[in-house]
Design a protein around this ligand. Structure first.
Ligand code: 4GX
Length: 234
Protein backbone atom coordinates (compact mmCIF):
# COMPACT_ATOMS: atom_id res chain seq x y z
CA UNK A 1 0.00 0.00 0.00
CA UNK A 2 1.13 3.50 -0.85
CA UNK A 3 0.10 6.33 1.50
CA UNK A 4 0.42 9.97 0.42
CA UNK A 5 0.04 12.58 3.16
CA UNK A 6 -0.65 16.22 2.23
CA UNK A 7 -0.11 18.63 5.11
CA UNK A 8 1.31 22.01 6.11
CA UNK A 9 3.27 20.21 8.87
CA UNK A 10 5.02 17.13 7.43
CA UNK A 11 7.50 17.09 10.34
CA UNK A 12 4.68 16.12 12.69
CA UNK A 13 4.61 12.67 11.04
CA UNK A 14 8.31 11.80 11.25
CA UNK A 15 8.28 10.44 14.80
CA UNK A 16 5.04 8.47 14.39
CA UNK A 17 5.94 6.86 11.04
CA UNK A 18 9.53 6.22 12.15
CA UNK A 19 8.75 3.95 15.14
CA UNK A 20 7.34 0.56 15.99
CA UNK A 21 4.75 -1.13 13.74
CA UNK A 22 4.49 1.69 11.17
CA UNK A 23 8.27 1.67 10.72
CA UNK A 24 8.38 -2.14 10.49
CA UNK A 25 5.64 -2.15 7.86
CA UNK A 26 7.74 0.17 5.73
CA UNK A 27 10.92 -1.85 6.31
CA UNK A 28 9.06 -4.96 5.13
CA UNK A 29 8.04 -2.93 2.04
CA UNK A 30 4.37 -3.64 2.73
CA UNK A 31 3.65 0.09 2.83
CA UNK A 32 5.32 3.32 1.73
CA UNK A 33 4.74 6.80 3.17
CA UNK A 34 5.06 9.93 1.04
CA UNK A 35 4.91 13.32 2.76
CA UNK A 36 4.06 16.45 0.81
CA UNK A 37 4.00 20.04 2.09
CA UNK A 38 0.97 21.91 0.73
CA UNK A 39 2.95 25.15 1.09
CA UNK A 40 5.31 23.96 -1.67
CA UNK A 41 2.40 24.24 -4.13
CA UNK A 42 1.69 27.95 -3.58
CA UNK A 43 2.28 30.25 -6.54
CA UNK A 44 2.71 33.60 -4.76
CA UNK A 45 6.05 34.77 -3.37
CA UNK A 46 4.72 34.91 0.20
CA UNK A 47 3.70 31.24 0.05
CA UNK A 48 0.31 32.10 1.46
CA UNK A 49 -1.92 29.10 2.25
CA UNK A 50 -4.79 30.77 4.10
CA UNK A 51 -6.87 33.93 4.09
CA UNK A 52 -9.74 35.62 5.91
CA UNK A 53 -13.25 34.29 5.27
CA UNK A 54 -15.52 36.11 2.81
CA UNK A 55 -18.46 37.54 4.73
CA UNK A 56 -16.31 38.06 7.80
CA UNK A 57 -16.03 36.07 10.99
CA UNK A 58 -13.19 34.69 13.08
CA UNK A 59 -10.29 32.56 11.96
CA UNK A 60 -8.62 31.75 8.68
CA UNK A 61 -9.61 29.53 5.77
CA UNK A 62 -7.27 27.42 3.62
CA UNK A 63 -7.08 28.86 0.14
CA UNK A 64 -7.94 26.51 -2.78
CA UNK A 65 -5.01 27.00 -5.18
CA UNK A 66 -2.19 25.22 -3.28
CA UNK A 67 -4.47 22.39 -2.12
CA UNK A 68 -5.78 21.76 -5.66
CA UNK A 69 -2.29 21.87 -7.14
CA UNK A 70 -0.87 19.57 -4.44
CA UNK A 71 -3.62 16.96 -4.84
CA UNK A 72 -3.36 17.00 -8.65
CA UNK A 73 0.44 16.76 -8.73
CA UNK A 74 0.67 14.09 -6.06
CA UNK A 75 -2.02 12.04 -7.83
CA UNK A 76 0.18 12.06 -10.94
CA UNK A 77 3.21 10.83 -8.97
CA UNK A 78 1.90 7.25 -9.41
CA UNK A 79 -0.28 5.58 -12.03
CA UNK A 80 -2.40 3.90 -9.30
CA UNK A 81 -5.42 6.13 -8.60
CA UNK A 82 -5.57 7.27 -4.96
CA UNK A 83 -8.53 6.89 -2.62
CA UNK A 84 -8.66 10.46 -1.27
CA UNK A 85 -9.48 10.96 2.39
CA UNK A 86 -10.23 14.30 4.04
CA UNK A 87 -10.01 14.45 7.84
CA UNK A 88 -12.80 16.67 9.12
CA UNK A 89 -15.34 16.78 11.97
CA UNK A 90 -18.04 16.71 9.26
CA UNK A 91 -16.96 13.28 8.04
CA UNK A 92 -18.40 9.87 8.74
CA UNK A 93 -17.17 8.39 12.00
CA UNK A 94 -13.97 6.38 11.69
CA UNK A 95 -14.45 2.83 13.02
CA UNK A 96 -12.71 -0.53 12.79
CA UNK A 97 -14.94 -1.26 9.78
CA UNK A 98 -13.63 1.85 8.02
CA UNK A 99 -10.07 0.78 8.82
CA UNK A 100 -10.73 -2.71 7.38
CA UNK A 101 -12.17 -1.26 4.18
CA UNK A 102 -9.28 1.19 3.76
CA UNK A 103 -6.69 -1.55 4.42
CA UNK A 104 -7.82 -3.19 1.16
CA UNK A 105 -6.93 -0.08 -0.91
CA UNK A 106 -3.72 0.01 -2.98
CA UNK A 107 -3.22 3.74 -2.52
CA UNK A 108 -4.51 6.27 0.02
CA UNK A 109 -4.13 10.04 -0.12
CA UNK A 110 -4.78 11.73 3.23
CA UNK A 111 -5.43 15.47 3.04
CA UNK A 112 -4.87 17.33 6.31
CA UNK A 113 -6.44 20.75 6.73
CA UNK A 114 -5.38 23.28 9.30
CA UNK A 115 -6.96 26.51 10.56
CA UNK A 116 -10.74 26.74 10.79
CA UNK A 117 -11.28 24.90 7.56
CA UNK A 118 -11.12 24.61 3.83
CA UNK A 119 -12.52 26.80 1.10
CA UNK A 120 -15.67 24.83 0.18
CA UNK A 121 -14.53 24.55 -3.46
CA UNK A 122 -11.81 22.08 -2.40
CA UNK A 123 -14.57 19.65 -1.38
CA UNK A 124 -16.36 20.28 -4.68
CA UNK A 125 -13.22 19.65 -6.73
CA UNK A 126 -12.46 16.12 -5.56
CA UNK A 127 -14.19 12.89 -4.64
CA UNK A 128 -13.24 12.71 -0.96
CA UNK A 129 -14.14 10.16 1.61
CA UNK A 130 -14.64 12.54 4.57
CA UNK A 131 -13.65 10.95 7.88
CA UNK A 132 -14.02 12.18 11.47
CA UNK A 133 -12.19 10.41 14.29
CA UNK A 134 -14.65 11.73 16.88
CA UNK A 135 -16.82 14.59 18.06
CA UNK A 136 -14.25 17.04 19.35
CA UNK A 137 -12.45 19.94 17.71
CA UNK A 138 -8.77 19.57 16.85
CA UNK A 139 -6.42 22.22 15.44
CA UNK A 140 -5.64 20.22 12.31
CA UNK A 141 -6.17 17.00 10.41
CA UNK A 142 -2.64 15.73 11.16
CA UNK A 143 -3.37 13.82 14.38
CA UNK A 144 -6.53 12.24 12.88
CA UNK A 145 -4.46 11.19 9.84
CA UNK A 146 -1.98 9.46 12.18
CA UNK A 147 -4.86 7.64 13.88
CA UNK A 148 -6.19 6.45 10.51
CA UNK A 149 -2.72 5.35 9.33
CA UNK A 150 -2.08 3.37 12.54
CA UNK A 151 -5.44 1.59 12.44
CA UNK A 152 -5.18 0.83 8.69
CA UNK A 153 -1.53 -0.23 8.33
CA UNK A 154 -1.70 -2.82 11.13
CA UNK A 155 -4.44 -4.55 9.11
CA UNK A 156 -2.37 -4.77 5.92
CA UNK A 157 -1.60 -8.50 5.45
CA UNK A 158 1.87 -9.38 6.74
CA UNK A 159 2.33 -6.32 8.95
CA UNK A 160 1.47 -8.08 12.22
CA UNK A 161 2.93 -11.46 13.11
CA UNK A 162 0.71 -14.45 13.98
CA UNK A 163 1.14 -13.69 17.66
CA UNK A 164 -0.81 -10.46 17.65
CA UNK A 165 -3.11 -11.40 14.82
CA UNK A 166 -5.68 -8.60 14.45
CA UNK A 167 -8.49 -11.22 14.30
CA UNK A 168 -8.39 -11.95 18.02
CA UNK A 169 -8.27 -8.34 19.16
CA UNK A 170 -10.87 -5.87 20.36
CA UNK A 171 -13.69 -4.93 17.97
CA UNK A 172 -13.01 -7.65 15.41
CA UNK A 173 -15.78 -9.68 17.05
CA UNK A 174 -17.50 -6.51 18.25
CA UNK A 175 -16.44 -7.07 21.87
CA UNK A 176 -13.83 -5.59 24.18
CA UNK A 177 -10.66 -7.58 24.85
CA UNK A 178 -10.65 -10.13 27.68
CA UNK A 179 -8.31 -9.51 30.67
CA UNK A 180 -4.69 -10.51 30.07
CA UNK A 181 -1.92 -11.43 32.48
CA UNK A 182 1.77 -12.24 32.33
CA UNK A 183 4.42 -13.07 34.92
CA UNK A 184 4.55 -12.99 37.90
CA UNK A 185 1.68 -15.19 39.09
CA UNK A 186 1.24 -12.92 42.08
CA UNK A 187 2.03 -9.21 42.10
CA UNK A 188 1.58 -7.12 45.27
CA UNK A 189 -1.04 -9.58 46.49
CA UNK A 190 -2.94 -9.61 43.18
CA UNK A 191 -3.19 -13.12 41.68
CA UNK A 192 -3.54 -14.37 38.13
CA UNK A 193 -6.91 -16.25 37.80
CA UNK A 194 -6.37 -20.01 38.35
CA UNK A 195 -8.13 -20.98 35.12
CA UNK A 196 -5.31 -19.35 33.08
CA UNK A 197 -2.72 -21.52 34.83
CA UNK A 198 -4.86 -24.68 34.51
CA UNK A 199 -3.77 -25.62 30.99
CA UNK A 200 -7.41 -26.47 30.08
CA UNK A 201 -7.62 -24.76 26.69
CA UNK A 202 -11.38 -25.23 26.43
CA UNK A 203 -12.04 -23.73 29.87
CA UNK A 204 -9.62 -20.88 29.19
CA UNK A 205 -11.41 -20.12 25.93
CA UNK A 206 -14.81 -20.14 27.68
CA UNK A 207 -13.52 -17.89 30.48
CA UNK A 208 -12.16 -15.39 27.97
CA UNK A 209 -15.42 -15.30 26.02
CA UNK A 210 -17.42 -14.79 29.23
CA UNK A 211 -15.06 -12.03 30.40
CA UNK A 212 -15.23 -10.25 27.05
CA UNK A 213 -19.06 -10.41 27.07
CA UNK A 214 -19.37 -9.22 30.67
CA UNK A 215 -16.80 -6.47 30.28
CA UNK A 216 -18.51 -5.19 27.14
CA UNK A 217 -21.93 -5.29 28.83
CA UNK A 218 -20.59 -3.19 31.74
CA UNK A 219 -18.23 -0.77 29.98
CA UNK A 220 -19.58 -0.47 26.41
CA UNK A 221 -23.16 -1.76 26.15
CA UNK A 222 -23.51 0.29 22.94
CA UNK A 223 -21.20 -2.22 21.20
CA UNK A 224 -23.66 -5.08 21.79
CA UNK A 225 -26.32 -3.50 19.59
CA UNK A 226 -24.37 -2.16 16.67
CA UNK A 227 -25.07 -2.54 12.94
CA UNK A 228 -23.18 -4.97 10.74
CA UNK A 229 -20.07 -4.40 8.62
CA UNK A 230 -19.74 -1.18 6.69
CA UNK A 231 -18.17 -0.57 3.29
CA UNK A 232 -16.51 2.56 1.96
CA UNK A 233 -18.49 4.07 -0.90
CA UNK A 234 -16.69 5.54 -3.91
N1 4GX B 1 -11.73 14.27 13.12
N2 4GX B 1 -10.26 18.69 12.73
C1 4GX B 1 -9.50 19.30 10.44
C2 4GX B 1 -9.42 21.67 9.76
C3 4GX B 1 -10.28 21.35 8.59
C4 4GX B 1 -11.65 21.62 8.56
C5 4GX B 1 -12.38 21.31 7.43
C6 4GX B 1 -10.41 20.46 6.44
C7 4GX B 1 -11.76 20.74 6.37
C8 4GX B 1 -11.12 16.37 13.09
C9 4GX B 1 -11.78 15.37 13.83
C10 4GX B 1 -10.96 17.78 13.49
C11 4GX B 1 -10.31 20.11 13.07
C12 4GX B 1 -9.37 18.38 11.63
C13 4GX B 1 -10.45 21.01 11.84
N3 4GX B 1 -9.68 20.76 7.54
N4 4GX B 1 -10.72 15.80 11.96
N5 4GX B 1 -9.42 20.69 10.85
N6 4GX B 1 -12.37 15.51 15.02
O1 4GX B 1 -11.49 18.16 14.50
O2 4GX B 1 -11.08 14.51 11.96
Amino acid sequence: MRIDILTLFPEMFQAVLGQSMLKLAREKELVSYHLWNIRDYTLDKHKKVDDRPYGGGPGMVMTPEPVFRAIEEVERDDSEPARKVLLTPQGERFTQSTAEALSREKRLMLVCGHYEGFDERIRQGFDFLEISIGDYVLSGGETPAMVVIDAVVRLVPGVLGDEDSPEVESFKNGLLEYPQYTKPREFRGLKVPDVLISGHHERIQQWREDQAQERTRIKRPDLLKRPGPKTVSR
